[in-house]
Design a protein around this ligand. Structure first.
Ligand code: PLP
Length: 440
């Protein structure tokens, strides 16, 4: 089944990388542990195409896990980056692009009156949690199993399913005292939410949720769930933090909040952003109501800072990216995503492989299961081995999917007819591989 593809240089790099970096990678999912095989070391990328160090080409459906919404090395972003770089790399003083990027975000997402720029989504959620705790003088946080908010100690807790449980740390090194302040609930379960608030409502600083989860695969909120989050937090004096690091500026010009269309009813108190707003560079943000944001240093008592926060090159890239995200771009993303997902679904159906395609605007994932997935327990029921065979066959034919079945597939404005045709051609073989019980 495996087609011949020379990966010897990637393998040699991985072997060497393992001696100087844990697992040979700088972020665990890159190591291909969920799918097996050799992670490809990418030498360069242009538009929708990745080229690895052995010269193999792949259509990219990772898009750097979301940021590359325009495709790789977009000339407009390249130009902005080169111009910014020619004026210096980092000043440690305020600079103009920071204000421009903050203004762009504030103008798009209506409840966001102020933003603070940071360098990663993890920093954004960590800082939003601190701000929520500072604002409410409470310490507990509610999160949902299967939602990922970066590797913040208090948010690495998954816990089991069912009613509110105090989480066990999901990672070694997270003190029980830290995870113990986190209540983990099943996603899309209003009864569990009610029960947790009935018991702990006056201790909860904030509920943090992915606006539409993409980190257990794509599992959108069921109708009314986001509204229930808003209502219960308001009733108990807790804040609602919507993590739009993945969905922000991807699901619409105003992210999932703009896409969902229940705006007034569900407006969160705080948002977090990342990925697309950095255009492939390290830029992220958290923001929200002015009265909350003014609690941050230097105006208020909640400390937060960053040497490279608002970096002039990252902000130039982010600004150029957001400005290029026109309505036509969003329409293109939708079209391309649907073409790919429909073709994949049709081939899987022909091959007799049970699956579900799930959507959040143009973000989608395919679960290898015959039941709709509404929470993390449902996501875990999928056939991860079938996905691994599917992934392997796609990769061998030059299509790079995210190397895990718990991830969204990302498309870009640069995914043109040629790239889509290349994906569609690879699907029948991959679907048959998914159906096969022989090891790929
Ligand atoms: N929040 C969400 C929803 C994410 O998807 C991620 C990363 O994938 C993060 C936070 C953390 O962002 P970063 O990896 O930039 O720290």
């Amino acid at each position: 089944m495996r087609m011949s593809q020379n990966t010897s240089t990637s393998q040699a790099l991985l072997d060497h990388a393992r001696s100087v970096t844990p697992g040979g990678v700088n972020s665990p999912v890159r190591a291909f542990r969920a799918v097996g095989g050799t992670p490809r070391f990418i030498r360069e990328a242009k538009g929708p195409w990745l080229t690895d160090v052995d010269g193999n080409r792949y259509v990219d459906l990772i898009c750097s896990w979301g940021p590359m919404i325009l495709g790789h090395a977009d000339p407009r972003v390249m130009d902005a980056v080169q111009q910014a770089a020619s004026r210096g790399f980092s000043f440690g003083t305020p600079s103009e692009n920071e204000v421009a990027l903050a203004t762009e975000i504030v103008s798009r997402v209506e409840p966001v009156e102020q933003v603070r720029l940071v360098s990663s989504g993890t920093e954004a959620t960590m800082s939003a949690i601190r701000l929520a705790r500072g604002a409410t003088q409470r310490s507990k946080i509610v999160k949902f199993a299967g939602c990922y908010h970066g590797h913040v100690d208090a948010l690495l807790a998954f816990a089991g399913s069912g009613l509110a449980t105090f989480a066990l740390p999901d990672s070694a090194g997270v003190p029980a005292s830290s995870a113990g302040e986190t209540i983990v609930l099943p996603y899309n379960d209003v009864d569990a939410l009610d029960a947790a608030f009935a018991e702990h409502g006056d201790e909860v600083a904030a509920v943090i949720t992915e606006a539409s989860p993409g980190n257990m695969g794509v599992v959108p909120p069921v109708p009314g769930f986001t509204k229930a989050l808003r209502d219960i937090t308001t009733k108990h004096g807790a804040l609602l933090i919507s993590d739009e690091v993945m969905t922000g500026f991807r699901c619409s010009a105003a992210g999932w909040f703009g896409h969902e269309g229940q705006q007034g009813e569900t407006a969160p108190d705080l948002f977090t952003f990342g990925k697309v707003m950095g255009g492939g560079f390290p830029a992220a943000a958290f923001g929200g109501r002015r009265d909350l944001m003014e609690l941050l240093a230097p105006d208020g008592p909640v400390y937060q800072a960053g040497t490279l926060a608002g970096n002039p090159i990252a902000t130039a890239a982010g600004l150029a990216t957001l400005q290029a995200c026109t309505p036509e771009v969003y329409a293109h993303l939708d079209r391309v995503a649907h073409t790919i997902a429909d073709a994949a679904s049709s081939e899987l159906m022909k091959a007799g492989v049970p699956h579900q395609v799930q959507w959040a605007s143009s973000m989608f994932s395919i679960f290898f299961t015959d039941e709709a997935v509404t929470n993390y327990d449902g996501a875990k029921k999928q056939d991860i081995h079938a996905f691994a065979r599917f992934f392997d066959a796609m990769l061998a034919q030059g299509v790079h999917l995210p190397p895990s079945s718990f991830e969204a597939w990302f498309v870009s404005a640069s995914h043109d007819d040629e790239a889509v045709a290349h994906i569609v051609e690879a699907l029948p073989t991959a679907a048959r591989a998914a159906a096969s019980t022989d090891s790929a």
